[in-house]
Design a binder for this molecule. Structure first.
Ligand code: FES
Length: 148
């Protein structure tokens, strides 16, 4: 915040930088931003919840991203997303209670020829189907069990 003027128009970029730094927007950080800009915390909360680029909870240990760019959308990416919601028992934008998985919808990740695409951790899973979802998650669930 040192190089900022403390003007309201800086709100979105401050939220973006905070999220880049921390991975999500903790309440304390939003309150600090509100103080710095001289606005109410509820205003910051309102902006953070309006745009789906902002996360209010930390990412899971194994973040799952479903591409919903045009090619993946046309290749029935929505069905993949629904299958993942069922399999992980969380909705898009949420993190599982145990912190192991989070689920996000993202824009094109640049490999449209492989649509529909899911990214788990840093690994791309090409040409997904709802039936492949469970299988794709198995290695991550094993890692999770071994760690506990
Ligand atoms: S639209 Fe999904 S990778 Fe491009």
């Amino acid at each position: 915040m040192d190089r900022r003027k403390g003007e309201r128009k800086e709100l979105i970029s401050l939220l973006q930088e905070t999220q880049t730094e921390l991975g999500y927007l903790p309440k304390g950080a939003m309150q600090e931003i509100a103080c710095f800009l001289g606005i109410k915390a509820v205003e910051v909360w309102g902006v953070a919840t309006f745009y789906n680029q902002f996360r209010l909870v930390p990412l899971g240990k194994h973040p799952v991203k479903v591409c919903m760019g045009t090619a993946c959308h046309l290749a029935r990416g929505r069905l993949i997303l629904e299958a993942l919601e069922r399999e992980l028992d969380i909705k898009v934008g949420e993190t599982a209670e145990d912190g192991n998985f989070s689920l996000e919808r993202v824009a094109c990740i640049g490999c449209c020829m492989l649509a529909p695409v899911v990214v788990i951790g840093d690994r791309i899973h090409p040409k997904m189907t709802p039936f492949k979802v469970e299988e794709a998650l198995i290695p991550y669930k094993i890692l999770t069990k071994q760690a506990s």
